[in-house]
Ligand binder design. Structure first.
Ligand code: NA7
Length: 547
């Protein structure tokens, strides 16, 4: 049963407010588990999602070629052996349809759908200091009165979709990759333009190059990339990885990135030949291992960064051959690994096809969308039938700032974060009591980690915190200003020691005009972060004021 709510606000036109103990925003990887955990401890809880079904990221990102860059057997829930072993992956890096089916399987197994309201967008959440509760409204005018709001709305879920003047005048079809329609889009023989060559753009481009009539790719910043090796799994392979369940459950939460791999080598003691050997070996794995388990120094030491960058450039040059393409597609002014490294399969070769053209928009940016296509600053136009925006997300903050969230004294999260992006361990924000966050800034889940590992840990911490409050008859939890400041200082000290903060990317918020510059992800390591969270809980939630 929900606690008795003291309602001071008027009921919604759509009917009486729904009174709950907790709402979970989002029914993706984090939201499903959070709902399960809160329901398990007896809370009256409901999850809400704008989508028509579960999946979150894997519901929305159904663009051509969408697939994991994480090994499927590690991108997993590890709280239930039965759940883990009941699903069999067909390959190491499966595509979106299979991932979406897996999340349907999870929702069914845990019987979650009965407590999820789909096709519902949360529009606002206002805190009432007198009652210690939140008034939440949805896009259909529904009002919910709840003690806890848990955001599981994803760190890469607010698409950067309105970018250029004139978009509404385009006569063809225009899609953002994260809003790709469910019904098939026929690209055969069409003139297609793709903006963006991040992890998403790469998957789209390599997939559609041979289907389309003509493909024009607009590249602003070239990318380093690692060729993916994606073996299909036989039943024997599936049994073999399932047999490692205990190992994964014990190991993943404590590695630096929450993946199976961890840094095993140190650069300094090795000879150049030995370093090369390590690089070749990790490269051959065809996974993110080359990035997150070759040499940790690549994150800190510009000299190592340059040598590893050159190793990757050399690999890319060998495939591209053409000097012009090398110039347009191989990075030269930032270090490998200082922003998200994508995996690819045949991406570079796509540019060797006669129907694929690359246009650099670094010095001659896209100025506007025209009825027929795109116009660059110098007036050059490119006509197309289909325009694909693989232009990324307002990461970490966007999903929350697109909701009108008001904390104590009516303060607005959107306004607060437009000045300075602050959280306490990525789990709460000072000034917003009883609002809990997963995948938020200043936690490792905001990139540079295996999302599933991190999101599970945060969902568990939040669930434990709420259990603690209920056990001690505490109704409000809010981090203190001092604890938040201390976390930010710690975060900044770690972040500033890395090369990641010296490169412009969405990791630093640079892709969103006016966004305050701060490394979104905590870089102290997934294991170390977990330990800090556990210590806070063990100390009776030091730094989190409860009453
Ligand atoms: P990303 O990695 O943010 O990539 C977006 C791409 O779009 C990137 O190449 C951008 O160039 C490009 N972009 C964005 N705006 C423009 C404009 N105005 N003109 C030209 N090019 C533009 O998003 P993804 O969806 O690929 O990946 C996000 C994460 O999802 C990924 O890291 C994985 O963790 C999963 P830029 O680099 O900013 O110059």
């Amino acid at each position: 049963m929900a606690e008795t709510a003291v309602l001071t606000e008027t009921a919604s036109v759509a009917g009486a407010p729904l009174t709950l103990d907790a709402i979970v925003i989002g029914a993706g990887v984090a939201g499903l588990y959070q709902l399960h955990l809160l329901r398990q401890q007896g809370l009256d809880v409901k999850a809400f999602d704008a989508a028509s079904d579960v999946g979150g990221t894997w519901y929305w990102n159904r663009y051509p070629g969408s697939r994991f860059d994480s090994e499927a057997f590690c991108y997993q829930y590890l709280f239930s052996e039965e759940l883990y072993k009941g699903w069999s992956w067909s390959e190491k890096f499966p595509g979106q349809p299979e991932i979406e089916r897996w999340l349907h399987y999870v929702a069914d197994k845990l019987d979650l759908r009965r407590d999820i309201q789909f096709s519902t967008r949360i529009e606002s959440a206002h805190y009432n200091e007198a009652t210690g509760r939140w008034k939440v409204t949805t896009d259909s005018g529904q009002v919910i009165d709840t003690r806890y709001v848990v955001s599981c709305c994803g760190m890469l879920s607010a698409p950067m979709a309105s970018l250029f003047p004139g978009q509404e005048t385009f006569k063809g079809q225009l899609f953002h990759t994260a809003r790709w329609p469910k019904q098939p889009v026929d690209l055969a023989g069409k003139r297609v333009a793709v903006i963006g060559n991040g992890a998403t753009g790469i998957q789209v481009i390599q997939t559609i190059a041979e289907q389309v009539g003509h493909l024009t790719v607009f590249v602003r910043t070239p990318q380093y990339m690692i060729p993916m090796k994606n073996p299909t799994f036989t039943e024997e392979d599936q049994n073999a990885y399932k047999a490692k369940f205990d190992l994964f459950a014990q190991r993943l939460p404590h590695t630096f990135t929450g993946f199976e791999h961890d840094f095993e080598h140190a650069w300094a003691p090795l000879t150049p030949e030995q370093r090369r050997e390590v690089l070749e070996k990790t490269w051959e794995d065809g996974s993110l291992k080359f990035w997150i388990a070759s040499f940790g120094e690549l994150f800190f030491d510009p000299e190592v960064g340059e040598q590893i960058s050159e190793f990757v450039r050399e690999k890319m040059r060998a495939r591209l051959k053409d000097e012009r393409l090398c110039k347009l597609l191989i990075p030269s002014d930032y270090f490998f690994g200082t922003h998200r490294v994508p995996l690819e399969r045949g991406f570079l070769e796509a540019f060797l096809r006669p129907n694929v053209e690359v246009v650099s928009v670094r010095d001659n940016p896209i100025e506007r969308v025209t009825p027929d296509g795109l116009m660059l600053r110098d007036g050059t136009t490119y006509d197309c039938d289909v325009l694909i925006f693989a232009t990324g997300f307002d990461a970490g903050t966007g999903a929350l700032t697109r909701i009108d969230i008001r904390g104590r004294d009516g303060r607005s999260l959107k306004e607060d974060w437009s000045q300075d992006i602050r959280t306490t361990m990525g789990l709460q924000v000072h000034g917003y009591p009883n609002l809990f966050t997963t995948g938020a800034p200043l936690a490792p889940s905001a990139a540079l980690c295996n999302m599933t590992t991190c999101l599970q840990q945060q969902a568990e911490w939040i669930s434990d915190c709420i259990r603690h409050m209920r056990a001690h008859d505490l109704r409000v939890c809010e981090p203190t200003a001092a604890a938040e400041e201390q976390w930010i200082e710690h975060h900044e000290a770690l972040a500033n020691a890395t090369l990641v903060t010296k490169t412009d990317s969405w990791y630093m918020g640079c892709n969103v005009p006016g966004k305050p510059r701060r490394l979104l992800s905590y870089v102290g390591g997934v294991g170390a972060y977990r330990q800090k969270c556990d210590e806070a809980a063990a100390s009776g939630y030091a730094g989190f004021a409860m009453h």
